[in-house]
Design a protein around this ligand. Structure first.
Ligand code: FAD
Length: 440
């Protein structure tokens, strides 16, 4: 078997690359090998498929393999795993349940994503879940519907942990999040953490500074920590992900310490004709220009598309990320872009932070939500280095700051920008402007 382009992994990055190539050069032969039974799904929607806001775990799937082939033109092999690559003779080695074979490529896209880290707990059977793909979400949802669990433990206070906690809560489960550090969500400032705790205190229980040592089963699931054991009917493990690049160990492919494949702005690796994109790859931090690991769906799509374009000789670059993130627990949103103060200091900036509170609408307009915000600013220049929000209606506010980070924008730039205003949407001095005034 021989293809112009072989794509390994067919979710966000892989399907973006394949679809882009076929759109630009329909005569190129492209195939996707995908270990799982599904391709092209929105992992980001899975927590909401457990909570019920999304109709079912299966509804996050964009294309079946057949429709993808019909509409986009690439061959798709599901339940096929690439277990080895030889970069010298340009071959991938593939296996499925019954068969093993090799395929020659001219260009290779490695888009194998990442998998949740699952420590070697004593018990990982029924009732202990990870959440990564539609099968995980389906298994979790069926378990909840069949067993009606009352007590839930979520291990890890990152965004997947928080979104999983909300999903369990929607089923009436009494949830505790166990978090190893004194923080929630990546890089959240202390002022905002306190606000987040206040706003969610009635609904979300978090045990901070608590490391889970084991999960056992003795007349029920037990989550073991140093000081206390927790009984649980359901456990979700959400302590981070690891790139799926184990099968490439021992090759000359350059990787970060955690196994993420290092790519440049064109999604090229250090090996000729080999591209990588998505959760198995690094990405540039736009501000520091360092190769970092920030695995997100939006980046996977962009890197996949750029890989596809460059394979077709359309020169296009994805210049990097600034660490934008948004999530929510019930109606309390958290959003972040750029650096927190400590991240800015660690990156060598002489920075300060301002902290402001405001409403999301004019004070006389009904339904205004509280917002807490911090802004990180370079002291000498007023350059904006980051912003964070906790509260309601923060999405558009965050996305007004992010473009400034890409243009070295300052608080003066922000103060003088013609941002839209009307009472149902913001106070006349919106929180972004208040922060800019304060940081001046
Ligand atoms: P993956 O989605 O991991 O897909 C890679 C595929 O490759 C997998 O199906 C895997 O089985 C397959 N594969 C692996 N090894 C092989 C092999 N050797 N051979 C063949 N196939 C292989 N991102 C956001 O931006 N916003 C969000 O709100 C958000 N929410 C999320 C919520 C949850 C619960 C989860 C799990 C993720 C969320 N993400 C979010 C992250 C986003 O889903 C991922 O960044 C995105 O799925 C990455 O896509 P990918 O194609 O790089 O990798």
């Amino acid at each position: 078997l021989k293809y112009d382009v072989v794509v390994i992994g067919g979710v966000a990055a892989g399907t973006s690359a394949a679809a882009t190539i076929k759109r630009i050069k329909s005569d190129m032969s492209v195939c996707i090998f995908q270990k799982e039974p599904y391709i092209s799904y929105g992992g980001c929607g899975l927590p909401y498929s457990v909570s019920g806001e999304v109709k079912s775990p299966e509804s996050v799937i964009g294309f079946t393999p057949e429709i993808f082939k019909e509409k986009k033109g690439a061959d798709v092999f599901i339940n096929h795993e690439v277990y080895k690559v030889n970069f010298d003779n340009k071959k991938v080695y593939v296996k499925n349940e019954n068969d093993e074979f090799e395929v020659e490529y001219k260009n290779l896209v490695i888009s194998t994503g990442a998998s949740p880290i699952m420590p070697k707990f004593t018990y990982t059977g029924n009732g202990v879940f990870k959440l990564r793909n539609p099968t995980d979400a389906r298994t979790m949802l069926d378990f909840i519907n069949e067993n009606n669990p009352k007590k839930g433990i979520v291990i890890g206070g990152g965004y997947i942990g928080i979104e999983s906690a909300e999903a369990l809560k929607k089923h009436g489960i009494d949830v505790t999040v166990i978090e190893g550090t004194d923080k929630l969500l990546r890089g959240m400032e202390d002022e905002l953490l306190n606000a987040f705790k206040d706003m969610t205190t009635k609904s979300l229980k978090v045990e901070f500074n608590t490391m889970v040592e084991d999960i056992t089963f003795d007349n029920g699931i037990k989550v073991i920590t140093k000081n206390k054991n927790y009984d649980a009917d359901i456990v979700v493990v959400a302590i981070g992900v690891r790139p799926n690049t184990g099968f490439l160990k021992g090759t000359d492919l350059e990787m970060l310490k955690n196994g993420a494949i290092v790519v440049n702005e064109k999604s090229q690796t250090n090996i000729k004709d080999v591209y990588s994109a998505g959760d198995c790859a690094s990405v540039k931090n736009y501000i520091t220009k360092k190769d970092v690991y920030i695995p997100l769906g939006t980046t996977a799509n962009k890197q996949g598309r750029v890989a596809g374009k460059n394979i077709c000789d359309v020169k296009e670059s994805f210049e990097g990320v600034v660490g934008s993130l948004i999530t929510k627990y019930e109606d309390v949103e958290f959003a972040k872009t750029g650096f927190s103060l400590s991240e800015a200091l660690e990156s060598g900036f002489d920075a300060i932070k301002v902290y402001v509170k405001s409403g999301s609408k004019a004070h006389y307009y009904s339904g205004s939500k509280k917002i807490h915000m911090t802004m990180t600013v370079e002291k000498s220049t007023g350059r904006i280095l980051g912003a964070q929000y906790v509260g309601g209606e923060v999405f558009a506010r965050l996305n007004a700051i992010t473009p400034l980070l890409y243009k070295n924008g300052t608080v003066d730039d922000l103060r003088n920008m013609d941002l839209a205003y009307a009472p149902p949407f913001s106070p006349v001095w919106d929180i972004n402007l208040v922060a800019a005034n304060l940081a001046k």
